[in-house]
Design a protein around this ligand. Sequence first.
Ligand code: PNS
Length: 164
Amino acid sequence: MLTAIYPGSFDPVTLGHWDLIQRAEKLVGHLVVAVLHNPTKRPAFSVAERVDFLRELVQPYPNVEVTSFHGLLVDFARERNAQCIIRGVRAFSDFEYEFQMALMNRKLHSDLETLFLMPKEEFSVLSSRMVREVGSMGGDISGFVPAHLCERIAARLKDSGAYV
Ligand code: PNS
């Protein structure tokens, strides 16, 4: 049974992330969606909020788990006996960063493969950064985040007033 980790910041989760989770869970036995706890960044949403949003989404999928991790992804992968990492590529602009990260992870853990999946074309220009920017200025984010989380995400972004 293949265990895969889908790591990310998910600040906040977008329809692109959600599309990728649904594609990945069909391919692997166990999918661990892992939110990076990065003390050097000031995220719009706390790790607990991001984990809660994702847990609500994956509730119908018993083979999908949501958690957070600190430090190196390869160490977390070893801890969880994961054989592969799932990452999304939306456009050519994602490629260089993803390529470097995949090769670095493979240098650090030679048995760990990175699988790249493409989200639906309509999500190819969608990012958490854009959701934060549009939402914090009161714009409509309903086309970008899962419907039943939209109100909560929009309210938090508007309140924070943070234009990231
Ligand atoms: O959603 P993001 O911000 O593009 O996700 C990036 C993430 C969390 C996958 C990446 O920053 C990561 O794996 N960080 C953990 C630290 C690490 O392992 N770094 C070495 C790989 S370059």
